[in-house]
Design a protein around this ligand. Sequence first.
Ligand SMILES: [Zn+2]
Ligand SMILES: [Zn+2]
Length: 117
Amino acid sequence: MTTNTNTTAPTAKCARCGRILRSAASIARGKGAHCARLDRREAAAREAGFKDAAIDKALQLIADHGIVPVRGRRVFAVVSSDGTGRYLTAREACNCPAGLRARHACYHRAAAHMLAA
Ligand SMILES: [Zn+2]
Ligand SMILES: [Zn+2]
């Protein structure tokens, strides 16, 4: 007895994470809904001039639920990386130590751009 290995349907995989796509919309897009949203967020931060390192940290912050909206999609509360501090951030400004020095836009603001996207 041999098993027939030729009956599997062709599978579409997410271009970003490689997971198998099941919904028609995802297959048409070539990406799962979650990954399409991540792409949109990355694009928004990149457009605002953030570097890859900041974008990665901002994506991680969002994935860790380290940033939560305070007022609509404009003002957010963020938890500092060591978990002890709490800052307020928006696309335009952030009151974390790096943000107050204001030489570079901190990654909290990248996250604010992403969540507003
Ligand atoms: Zn994916
Ligand atoms: Zn900040």
